[in-house]
Design a protein around this ligand. Sequence first.
Ligand SMILES: [Zn+2]
Length: 67
Amino acid sequence: MQIIPLRQNDRIQLKKPHPCGGNIFLILRVGSDVRIKCETCGRDMTLDRLKLEKSIRRTLNSSSIDT
Ligand SMILES: [Zn+2]
């Protein structure tokens, strides 16, 4: 299983879209829980980190990507 590094201000795409239809989220805070904000409607929510990692399709880092 791939380990996904979660960093503040990263964008992630989730497998399951938000009810508003968007599936791109911005990471606001990372801890045992992760707070993310929907880029489409601007709502934020807090998710369990493990649960979130499983529902990430991919990360959309604008900064450098470590290989
Ligand atoms: Zn939304």
